[in-house]
Design a protein around this ligand. Structure first.
Ligand code: RNT
Ligand code: ZN
Length: 418
């Protein structure tokens, strides 16, 4: 028996003293599908090759060499990342990360044929494929407005793009056999105090109603709507605020997308799960890390992420979709996916390893001293020995081996992209 197995056996015995079945916790962690966000690999640039800069209030900082310049290169990088990311996972696309654009074709007339390389790639790997309409980085994002723009022609263009993405998601699901999440985030907002907040919000609501009026098979497509607090250039008012979308999602039975960078820095996203799920259908998580603002840093194993893992374990994963959403161009982009996906799975593992029964029992008997002591004790239980065991089971090397692989890949592939 090697050191990892000896430490794992000891960990199982220690957790058992706290009423935790480690194998059951690992099984539950391994059942969680994580959405790997393609846009970490291309800096949210997309592949329409129109030269449009990233707009919509998002910002990608850094110029680490080797960014994927085509859908083919992006799939190559994702394949490399998958050798180091424990499954199960799926891939999430932006609505402009196309394989090809037909001349004269724009986003409002995209079909699955514009994403055929993605569809076939996902089918071959037996993984699901989600899509998010790209209501940004396009001339028709005008004055910071898309679906809520006062010009009906501009709204109609974006409504057609939203409808196109839902049908593309439906085609993905038919091909892969995995339901596709179609997540709607519109960057609409105002840099300074708007005179009228009501009219743009009514227009956004009516545009979404028009998008969703186009029927798709709801067994194949799960619609989600994503709120935001502010963006660069929309600091004073976001049309699609949390109040707007939480209400819209409840009224129209859509999933609400909670992005961890889209709330006030002191707000706990973890606390929102039970508050919403006890009344509402489903939640899509965009697991991210804001540093001073919605900076979309690679996620780290901090208290926010650990709390999220604990609440996901407590609420159950049947109505929670887990998606990563960050973009860091200061480090190797394959490494960014791997580090973030590992941290997401570590947070889930720690959530499922939490000695919940023991802690809840203390709370039930109103022994709040024991509750606090046991909550703190849980932090020093040997979860790392369980994680090391999982890495061996998955055939994924420890960090040194991962870094060697990333370094080798960037020299052989990414750095040659110029
Ligand atoms: C923007 C939202 C949204 C984007 C992607 C690129 O702040 O988080 O999910 O990250 O559409
Ligand atoms: Zn997001």
């Amino acid at each position: 028996m090697n050191r990892t197995e000896r430490m794992y056996e000891d960990a199982c015995a220690i957790y058992a003293e706290h009423g935790v079945d480690v194998e059951e916790a690992v099984r539950r962690m391994n059942a969680c599908v994580i959405g790997i966000h393609a846009w970490q690999g291309d800096d949210v640039t997309g592949f329409e090759n129109t030269g449009h800069a990233l707009t919509g209030g998002c910002q990608v900082t850094g110029n680490y060499p080797g960014r994927a310049r085509t859908a083919e290169e992006l799939r190559q990088d994702l394949d490399e990342a998958f050798t180091m990311i424990p499954g199960p996972f799926k891939v999430v696309l932006q609505g402009h990360e196309v394989d090809c654009v037909t001349p004269g074709c724009d986003r409002d007339s995209f079909t699955v044929e514009n994403f055929s390389g993605w569809r076939d790639w996902a089918v071959e790997r037996k993984i699901g494929l989600d899509i998010a309409p790209a209501f940004y980085s396009h001339p028709k994002l005008d004055m910071g407005l898309s679906l809520s723009h006062p010009d009906p022609e501009i709204r109609a263009f974006w409504i057609r793009h939203g409808q196109a993405c839902r049908r593309i998601g439906e085609a993905f699901a038919r091909a892969t056999g995995v339901r596709s999440v179609c997540n709607f985030w519109a960057p609409d907002g105002f840099k300074d105090t708007p005179a009228d907040r009501l009219a743009p919000r009514r227009r956004l609501m009516e545009s979404l109603d028009a998008i969703f009026a186009d029927p798709v098979d709801e067994a194949l497509v799960l619609d989600a709507v994503e709120s935001k607090l502010f963006g660069i250039g929309t600091e004073s008012c976001t049309v699609g605020s949390h109040d707007f979308y939480l209400t819209y999602a409840a009224r129209h039975n859509k999933a609400i997308c909670l992005d961890m960078g889209h709330f006030h820095p002191t707000e706990s996203i973890a606390d929102k799960l039970s508050a919403i799920l006890v009344q509402q259908g489903r939640i899509l998580l965009h697991v991210s890390r804001g540093v001073r603002w919605d900076s979309d840093h690679v996620i780290v194993l901090n208290d926010d992420l650990l709390s999220l893992g604990r609440e996901i374990a407590a609420c159950g994963t049947d109505r929670i979709e887990i998606g990563l959403d960050y973009f860091d161009a200061t480090i190797n982009r394959v490494g960014a996916w791997v580090i973030g996906a590992h941290n997401m799975r570590k947070a889930l593992l720690r959530g499922f390893l939490e000695p919940t029964a023991e802690i809840c029992a203390a709370e039930s008997r109103r022994d709040l001293t024991a509750r606090l002591a046991l909550q703190e004790e849980a932090k020093s239980l040997p979860w790392g020995a369980v994680w090391a065991h999982c890495l061996e089971e998955w055939g994924i090397p420890a960090v040194g081996g991962v870094l060697d692989r990333i370094s080798d890949y960037e020299k052989k592939v990414q750095f040659r992209r110029g």
